[in-house]
Ligand binder design. Structure first.
Ligand SMILES: C[S@@+](CC[C@H](N)C(=O)[O-])C[C@H]1O[C@@H](n2cnc3c(N)ncnc32)[C@H](O)[C@@H]1O
Length: 179
């Protein structure tokens, strides 16, 4: 089994060529996601496992956008998509222990990250913890990952819909915290 350290090491090594390899694929997922979850102007938005920050280009209107990733080299690439005085901050961190207060965020995205965890439920619990009541989230993971088709059953305290289509590489869990 690949350890977390090895996973992060792999992203550190390949950060520079990530966009070249995956941009097209990730943009399809981002487009699918944003049709279902689009933050409002002024929202506080977290991109958990932001990678090179491809999502940032679509979220200029948010109040605060925080990209979190445990790979320093992925964050270095993401930095290129931010600008001085812009709305985006970058944080070295882990979706299993997000450095935000409970109930503090309007929207959380987590695209193509949960399949890297031993137990994706831990990431989902963390996403729900930091969301405000009625806050929205979108989490995707590759269709062939363990748990993928059952992910919606594991979520507590949220209204969720699972989108699973053979035409997409990921399944999409779109939800809203309700409490
Ligand atoms: C497949 S990439 C997806 C990046 C980005 N979300 C996108 O759509 O292009 C997976 C990312 O998750 C990050 N990652 C790996 N383990 C993580 C963890 N435990 N918490 C947060 N991010 C993690 C990796 O460093 C990498 O940047």
């Amino acid at each position: 089994m690949t350890t977390k350290k090895e996973i992060i090491g792999n992203y550190d090594t390949t950060a520079r060529i990530y966009d070249m390899q995956y941009r097209e694929e990730q943009l399809l997922k981002i487009s699918f996601t944003l049709k279902r979850v689009m933050p409002r102007a002024g929202d506080t938005v977290i991109d958990a496992g932001c990678g090179t920050g491809m999502l940032f280009e679509h979220l200029d209107h948010c109040g605060l956008l925080v990209g979190v990733d445990p790979s320093i080299n992925m964050l270095r690439e993401a930095r290129k998509r931010t600008r001085e005085g812009g709305n985006t901050e970058l944080v070295l961190g882990d979706v299993e222990a997000l450095p935000f207060r409970g109930g503090s965020c309007d929207v959380v995205f987590c695209i193509s990250v949960l399949q890297l965890m031993d137990d994706p439920r831990r990431g989902l619990e963390e996403i729900l913890r930091i969301l405000k009541s009625r806050g929205s989230f979108a989490a995707t993971l590759i269709r062939k990952a363990r748990f993928a088709q059952d992910l919606d059953r594991f979520v507590r305290g949220a209204f969720v819909e699972l989108y699973d289509s053979e035409s997409m590489k990921d399944v999409f869990l779109i939800g809203q915290r309700i409490d």
